[in-house]
Design a binder for this molecule. Sequence first.
Ligand code: ATP
Length: 422
Amino acid sequence: MIIINILHIGIDDTDSPDGMCTTYLASQIINKFEENGINLVDYPRLIRLNPFARFKTRGNGGVSFRIPKDDNVDLAKKIVLEEVEKLSMFDCDNTNPGVIFYDGEITEEMENYAFRAIYKFITIEEAEKLAKSVGCEIHKFKKGRGIIGSVAAISLPLKDYTFELLTYRASENYGTKRQIDYDSVYKMDKETFPDTFENIDYSEEYIAIEPKTPCPVLYGIRSNNVESLKIAKDIVQVSEPIADWCIFKTNQHTDMHIQKVSNISSMEQFGCYEIIGEVKNKPKIIDGGHMFFYISDDSGEIECGAYEPTKNFRKLISHLRPGDIIKVFGGIGEQNTFNIEKFQVVKLNDTEYKNPICECGKRMTSAGKNKGFKCKKCGNKIQSDKKVPIKVTRFLKNAQFYETPVSARRHLSKPICRMYLD
Ligand code: ATP
């Protein structure tokens, strides 16, 4: 239960593909708060919502923070609204900011709403109805779609969480190549992993802390704790000014989007799940480099996909064989295919059935349907049609997790290095 002497502030949908970032806006507000003696309770929060949401700019993130109610609440609200007016990318059709102020207790209904905003699609009307019913102060700009994310961002309980340190560029450098010393990023990763993670995709030599968009972020480092972020920031060298930086508490890398269901037929399109199934066929690669196979259980079957951007992950997938039992984590997308984020081997099928070996040592061939086997070398025949089981050595290992590379991973996906933390 969260104490009620607090003002919750939620902000979402302020940026566009051409620029801005709601976290940057939040950091500007926090600076203004500090100048005016308004202090936050805990870290600001960056909350990732449904990865399939239609109007997301990039990672579908909303931001929230909390201040004590005895601080200057009216001034705080004025600062928030002024900064949203000043910095939002209003020219973009898809930028429809929403701001929520709420000074009550976070109710169970609000928490359930927040999980729905991660699992399902929510309408502006639904978000507004809930916000009004609990007494939120609602500010919609243009269509105000951002209130969907703002209400969720203040309401989501964070049982498991991580942190992200975001550094911001000087505005004159927006859109130019980021001046980050990559060697220092390798050093930082070496010295702080696994407290920090997702810094580098070694298989692709891809520096994951560096955004590829013209947004104000210079780099972002993700971690399990704040101490390692501070160490990491001291190690990473840049040759452009860091105009500002801010640490967010976040549901990134917690698998919060993954729902547990009992069987394959209970899963729905645009939902993310973990599910156990038996591999039905050898994975096949198609034009474009995407790889597909089916898994099944008593309730039905579903096609699973590892897409081209998942690169070497497809090699791991290609080692699966019919009869393997695996737990897959991922989401059902546009094509109704289960896009795999990671999988764990539950039980490998290490038995293969082959034609018997003849007394002369040669492997026999089929003598025709229901006619047993014959030996091409010595002419020997046997009546039985039964193939013989042999043990095969498998590349994959029982109980082991296998995951997509950092470059193709979702913000919400829990990396293997966090799987054993509980
Ligand atoms: P960035 O990550 O760069 O901050 P973004 O990807 O978060 O950008 P937004 O600009 O915030 O994208 O737009 C996402 C929009 O989707 C917001 O208006 C948000 O309120 C809305 N939204 C979030 N979750 C859902 C949901 N479950 N159903 C419908 N709409 C949602």
